[in-house]
Design a protein around this ligand. Structure first.
Ligand code: FMN
Length: 221
């Protein structure tokens, strides 16, 4: 991360882009100083200036994290990222590129949303397709986008991942995350300097098309 001058909101929006930084899990990167926690905490405080329509269901208040907002951020520091990578090496589950990213990350923000309880049995991380659940997801997504823009401004390379193995019950339990939360984004914060590491951009970055392909001015008929 850089100690750089702040940039405008427009610049942060233009500059934000997916960058996956892939290090060798057998040669993890040095961990940043503890002061980084303060910087991440500042990002989180700012990121929560996101809109939300309905409070989370009260089942989610029976936890030390008991805000009515329908999202929760669980921050995994660099030391814990490295340990998590080691633990994943010892279990027989596919991990894709997650261990490479855990070896490079300054931090991982497990960004969850809080589904309303269902009146039927559902699998882990499943939810009912209700309006309120949709709006909880939308609110959580707004908070995550704030986080990405702030991370961009602060000089972190960043990546919103669906999470792969990080979605598993095993990893939730390792991290002490309540099992009634759902992972919306595993947000990786990588150092700005990537050296000779393998880096990968978002595969859909250049396929967004022109504004006229996804927006229109309405004419009433
Ligand atoms: C909800 C969500 C989940 C994503 N999950 C993944 C993922 O698992 N793997 C991946 O390669 N990219 C993932 N991405 C990042 C997209 O690939 C990326 O945003 C897209 O290619 C556009 O690139 P840009 O972010 O640079 O604009 C995800 C993005 C979002 C919003």
């Amino acid at each position: 991360m850089n100690d750089q001058e702040s940039i405008s909101l427009r610049e942060a929006i233009q500059k934000r882009h997916t960058l996956k930084v892939l290090a060798d899990p057998d040669a993890p990167w040095p961990q940043p100083a503890n002061s980084l926690r303060d910087k991440v905490n500042d990002l989180l405080k700012m990121a929560t200036n996101a809109p939300y329509h309905k409070p989370a269901d009260k089942v989610h208040f029976n936890d030390p994290l008991n805000s009515p907002v329908p999202w929760r951020f669980h921050v995994v520091d660099a030391a814990a990222c490295r340990e998590l990578s080691e633990r994943l090496a010892d279990v027989d589950v596919p991990t894709g590129k997650i261990r490479n990213m855990l070896a490079a990350a300054d931090a991982l923000v497990m960004s969850n949303w809080l589904p309303n309880p269902a009146d039927q049995d559902l699998e882990f991380q499943q939810f009912l397709p209700t309006l309120q659940n949709m709006e909880h997801i939308a609110a959580g997504s707004a908070a995550i986008q704030n986080l990405l823009l702030l991370a961009t401004e602060a000089g972190w390379n960043n990546y919103w991942s669906s999470g792969g193995v990080l979605r598993s019950e095993m990893v939730f339990q390792w991290m002490g995350i309540p099992l009634n939360q759902i992972l919306l984004g595993a947000i990786f914060l990588f150092p700005s300097a990537t050296g000779d590491a393998d880096v990968k951009p978002g595969s859909l970055r250049d396929r967004k098309g022109d504004t006229s392909q996804w927006s229109r001015w309405v004419e009433l008929s």
